[in-house]
Design a binder for this molecule. Structure first.
Ligand code: NAD
Ligand code: AHE
Ligand code: ZN
Length: 376
């Protein structure tokens, strides 16, 4: 297959708001500094549904979605030295070139090298490697893992330990790394600090794991779904608050301030709801509390608070992919998983095949789903 176009199955999003279509796609061979990957497993993330809905300002169609994938390198283009055919890999929607202003800053995991073309759904040379029904199909987040074969930039892929099962490592491509990294890298939660996590999905529960690893004091999970209490406890939360069950007149902010003697040291929004983001900021301790926005809000939504909240020392920030540099740090997370220090298996509540992808999207929208993993 090396150097040749591969015809395989993919789930194509032809139009916003419509079901995905499982059909043949032609995947061109990788050009210079590109890698063709046989995807074995992919997770389904809310951000895929968000872009499919048509609300993502960067979303264009037709497109192959998916950004939580693991597989094996099939072939590489000219000049690729970081991975080779046969390597077990995870696709990276946050690439790491190690040479741009961002990568060299030491201040962020965002990489600027290919962000412009990635946002347009194209490979770095401005073209697509996918064709179906005689037309070009766009790439998504530089990964497009809802295809049995995909082509990515060589800076958008990392080789990981081959003894780590790919149906688990795929989840390190987004949800788990995002939450775990937010607690360990972006917030760098200190020992004994009080933490509140809004939203106990894959991302929020991964923040809980990160907070446990950082030896946080109180780890308070806030969720409107009562079924999330046992999930929170299983991952190491010390307390659970359901904002819909508070006494009349008490807000979730009042409750958290009361539980933490003045406010939390760190809070995390893992819901994407801008009202929740405000509550998370205002539940922070005066003088130093930090609130980290992780959730992706719908297009057009804005956050608000009284500026006095910041004047009095609360800090509002956010992160993508948990602040983790994929090529440098993902093998470390896989090692944590292999050593039993990072839970991954526990997140998989649903398993489907690529052909059943629309069912997986339906599952994701139910309260009992943490992650649905697709076998390609
Ligand atoms: P999820 O839907 O599985 O979990 C969200 C949880 O929030 C659910 O348990 C839900 O009951 C709870 N919730 C909803 N409204 C609430 C409210 N008002 N108060 C308290 N809890 C509430 O989602 P997920 O997969 O964990 O992802 C969370 C968010 O993070 C999504 O918006 C997703 O798009 C985003 N995301 C961001 C990044 C990033 O890099 N920044 C990466 C992955 C996902
Ligand atoms: N394209 C959207 C924004 C979507 C977004 O915030 N994406 C996150 C990852 S979510 C993963 O599930 C991200 O990485 N953002 C940083 C980046 O560079 O895209 C929009 O509003 O335009
Ligand atoms: Zn995601």
């Amino acid at each position: 297959t090396v150097g040749k176009t591969i015809t395989c199955k993919a789930a194509i999003a032809w139009e916003a708001g419509k079901e995905l279509s499982y059909e043949d796609v032609e995947v061109a061979p990788p050009k210079a500094h590109e890698v063709r990957i046989e995807i074995f497993y992919t997770g389904v993330c809310h951000t895929d549904a968000y872009t499919l809905s048509g609300k993502d300002p960067e979303g264009a169609f037709p497109i192959i979605l998916g950004h939580e994938g693991a597989g094996i390198v099939e072939s590489v283009g000219e000049g690729v030295t970081s991975v080779k055919p046969g390597d077990h890999v995870v696709a990276l929607y946050t690439p790491e070139c190690k040479e741009c202003k961002f990568c060299k800053s030491g201040k962020t995991n965002l990489c600027g090298k290919i962000r412009a073309t990635q946002g347009k759904g194209l490979m770095p040379d401005g073209t697509s490697r996918f064709r179906a029904r005689g037309q070009d199909i766009l790439h998504f987040m530089g990964t497009s893992t809802f295809s049995q074969y995909t082509v990515v930039a060589d800076i958008s892929v990392v080789a990981v330990q081959p003894n780590a099962p790919m149906d688990r490592t795929c989840l390190l491509g987004c949800g788990i790394t995002t939450g775990y990294g937010a607690a360990r890298v972006t917030a760098a939660v200190e020992e004994g600090s009080n933490v509140a996590i809004f939203g106990a999905g894959c991302v929020g529960l991964s923040v809980v794991q990160g907070a446990v690893a950082q030896k946080a004091g109180k780890i308070i999970v806030v969720d409107v779904n009562p079924a999330k209490e046992s999930w929170a406890t299983q991952f190491g939360a010390t307390d659970f608050v359901n904002p819909t069950k508070l006494p009349e007149g008490q807000t979730v902010v009042d409750k958290l301030i009361e539980m933490t003697d003045g406010g939390c040291d760190y809070t995390f929004d893992c819901t994407g709801n801008v009202g929740v983001m405000r509550a998370a900021l205002e539940a922070c301790h005066k003088g130093w509390g930090q609130s980290i926005i992780i959730g992706v809000a719908a297009a057009g939504q804005e956050i608000a608070t009284r500026p006095f909240q910041l004047v009095t020392g609360r800090i509002w920030k956010g992160c993508a992919f948990g602040g983790i540099k994929g090529r440098s740090q993902l093998p470390g997370l896989v090692a944590d998983y292999l050593d039993g220090k990072l839970k991954v298996d526990e997140f998989i509540t649903h398993r489907k095949t690529l052909a059943q992808i629309n069912e997986a999207f339906d599952c994701m929208k139910q309260g009992d789903c943490i992650r649905a993993v697709l076998n390609m």
